[in-house]
Design a protein around this ligand. Sequence first.
Ligand SMILES: C[S@@+](CC[C@H](N)C(=O)[O-])C[C@H]1O[C@@H](n2cnc3c(N)ncnc32)[C@H](O)[C@@H]1O
Length: 385
Amino acid sequence: MIPTTPPVEAPAAPSATIAAAPLTLGSAQLVPEQGSPTLEQPADSSPLPTQSDPNVEDVVEAEEVVEGGYYETDNDSGYSFEDTGSSTTSLADSVKQYRRENGRTYHSFREGVYALPNDEFEQERLDLQHHLFLLSFGEKLFLAPIKKQIHNCLDVGTGTGIWAVDFADEHPEAQVIGIDLSPIQPGFVPPNLKFIVDDAEDEWVISEKFDLIHVRMMVGSFLNWPQFFTRAYNQLHPGAYIELQDVTGLACDDTTFTYDPPSCRFAEWWKLVTEAFEKSGRDMDAAVQHKERMEAAGFVNVTVIDFKWPINTWPRNKKLKTIGMWSKENTLDALEALAMAPLTRVLKWTPEEVQMLLQGARQDIENEGIHAYWNIRAVYGQRPE
Ligand SMILES: C[S@@+](CC[C@H](N)C(=O)[O-])C[C@H]1O[C@@H](n2cnc3c(N)ncnc32)[C@H](O)[C@@H]1O
């Protein structure tokens, strides 16, 4: 998030604005020009290797995948790629050239930074997962006890933007910004919402301060969480909140599932996924440390609330059974999304070996004799008044 040229105001559009060329958020240009030093990976960055990977099929143009429903053209979607010169135009184009690998597509801006696909199948999973959060949170979008009116909200790693859209609808008085590496957000959204293609691990140079920063399901995304918390802290008004909602792994309260040693292929899958992410410097267990890292960054009143998502409909409790029904679909769809790139790129498995593992894991997820559940954790904290 470093400005490299004088800021250019995003055009006022009746719908969302996606910036894939220089664009301002307050005084900041959130997407650097191609060829600028900021397009380089940060010194401490270690994206998953992708360039010479034998599993790469080709690069797919976003426009090409319109037929498959992945993406609309910027003309008909309401996206605005501001044309301020040839280099920025080509950056805007390259953002839309998704990488296709082992039957999935992946983001191209800062290629390799994020290991999950961005195709329609994954987008549907993210939207389903949003529904799971609403079920768990009693239809609330956040749990922080915010009393004051929210004027500015930032959704980091917004994905399909489904949370940001709901939030903008519920808070028409607030200006909402969603940022993500992938331009996979819808075109027609509330007028108080805009989307920006950006890397949240870049330096933040934003004049705007926020009343709420929302960060959901971002474990496995960042290399440097302490740095992220410090930046978020500096970007909040005194008294304002950050809230993170994430997964802290799999658990079981009886003997039908153990993670270490893995009692089944599904447990083995999670162990391998976390190992591959860890090797790439992106910790899948990061949420376990959110509280202490937030306190180290200066946040106060840090509160942790845990939820359970059973992996299928094994519980007797009616609410948990319903959550389990949705969670099962989410887990089945997440199997390949979470494993394919990390296991082939980092652990050097073949795609066929990954598919064999997934086949076994699928059977375990269907098995109601396995009483495993996902631990889901919401953590919120406040910048002191
Ligand atoms: C698991 S998805 C969650 C999406 C959304 N928060 C939700 O809960 O529906 C993680 C998202 O974070 C984005 N992401 C990962 N690393 C990022 C980064 N460094 N900067 C911006 N977005 C990032 C990915 O592109 C992806 O859309």
